[in-house]
Structures are given as structure tokens and as C-alpha cells.
Design a protein around this ligand. Structure first.
Ligand code: IMP
Ligand code: MG
Length: 190
């Protein structure tokens, strides 16, 4: 990949620096996939992702898990700022798959406060899966409100707002193949 210094792509113009290169993402995800495959063997796990941030992570992770598996997605939107503080979200597209008796791996792009994830895990648990574990690409432990420890974790991040590889700022930057830190100017758009 060309560096930003030599290729000032307009679509990356708000990026101050690259935090995690594309190659490092792929290497780590390959390791996560191998660990999941070793743990699940012939259990035909069901990977559940929340759109849209998980898009590229899910695509790359699944191709690194070399066992039979299934995948499904849900979409959520936050309610008002007040309910968001309690992690309450509205499901705008539910799963197509019945979870009862299935070995479920919940896949998320990021755990920040942990509120969203803990709400969704509680919801999925009521559907009585045989097991329920979490695979997360990025973790910002310093901002945690709810204590959640993912079974599979890609990278621990400092308390920075990052974009790229699925993560957005107001729906922008998801298509960057790396993870970057926004410039102070771009951050002010928050
Ligand atoms: P929380 O754990 O409930 O605070 O929410 C986590 C969600 O917030 C993630 O799934 C992301 O959609 C979003 N998020 C948190 N930190 C970042 C970031 O640095 N960049 C982009 N989205 C973020
Ligand atoms: Mg988001």
C-alpha cells in the first residue's frame, strides 16, 4: 500500500495518521480465525454480526475460519441520547436464524463503553443458544462501563477516535483499508 504521504487520496484527506496497517489487520485476523477454528471444530458455529461497522472484519474473519460455519446479521439504531446511556438499542433488522441450541459467536467491530454489546448479549441469551461467545476486533478498555471480556480480541486501542476498515465518522471513511486517526480538523466534525 502506498503511504498517505505519497498518495494524498481525497477520500483519506481527514486522516492524520495510520494507526494499524492493512497487513497487520490481516495477520491478526488470520490468527483469530485459526483460534476459533481450533475451538469449534465440527460444531458448525453461527457468526452473528451487527451492521454496518462489522462488514470488513466479518468478511475477512470468516475466510480465516477453516471449518463449516454459518453467518447472519442484525441491524440496530440507538434511541435518544438518554436511552443510549443505558445501552438500549432498537433492532431495525433481526436475525433470520433461530439461535436455540446453536453455538453462537457474536462478532463486533469495537467495544468502547460495552453498553451496546452487553444489551445485545443479554437479548441473544434469552434465545437460548448452546453457547455464546464474543469476537471483537478493537477494544478500548479505558472507556469501559460494563465489564465484558471478549473471548477473541484483535487489538487493544488507546482512547482515540479511529476510522476505517468499517468504522465511520458520520458514515464516512468506512472504505479505508487501514485504521486511522482523524486530524483535529476532521475530528471537530464529530
Ligand atoms: P459502546 O461499546 O456501546 O460504547 O459502543 C461501541 C460502538 O461505538 C461501536 O460498535 C462503534 O460503532 C462505535 N465506536 C466506538 N468507538 C469508535 C471509534 O473510535 N470510531 C468509530 N466508531 C466507534
Ligand atoms: Mg458506528
Amino acid at each position: 500500500m502506498d503511504t498517505l504521504a505519497t498518495t494524498p487520496d481525497p477520500y483519506a484527506s481527514g486522516i492524520a495518521r495510520v494507526l494499524i496497517e492493512q497487513e497487520s489487520l490481516q495477520e491478526r485476523i488470520a490468527e483469530m480465525g485459526a483460534a476459533i477454528a481450533a475451538d469449534y471444530g465440527d460444531k458448525r458455529p453461527l457468526f452473528v454480526g451487527v451492521l454496518k461497522g462489522v462488514l470488513f472484519f466479518m468478511a475477512d474473519l470468516l475466510r480465516a475460519v477453516h471449518i463449516p460455519l454459518e453467518v447472519d446479521f442484525m441491524s440496530i439504531s440507538s434511541y435518544s441520547a438518554e436511552t443510549r446511556e443505558h445501552g438500549v438499542v432498537r433492532i431495525t433488522k433481526d436475525l433470520d436464524t433461530t439461535l436455540a441450541g446453536r453455538h453462537v459467536i457474536f462478532v463486533e467491530d469495537m467495544i468502547d463503553t460495552g453498553l451496546t454489546l452487553s444489551y445485545l448479549l443479554r437479548l441473544l441469551q434469552t434465545r437460548q443458544p448452546a453457547s455464546l461467545h464474543v469476537a471483537v476486533l478493537f477494544d478500548k478498555p479505558s472507556r469501559r462501563i460494563v465489564d465484558i471480556k471478549p473471548r477473541y480480541l484483535g487489538f487493544r486501542l488507546p482512547d482515540l477516535f479511529v476510522v476505517g476498515y468499517g468504522l465511520d465518522q458520520r458514515e464516512q471513511y468506512r472504505n479505508l483499508p487501514f485504521v486511522g486517526v482523524l486530524s483535529p480538523d476532521a475530528l471537530r466534525q464529530e
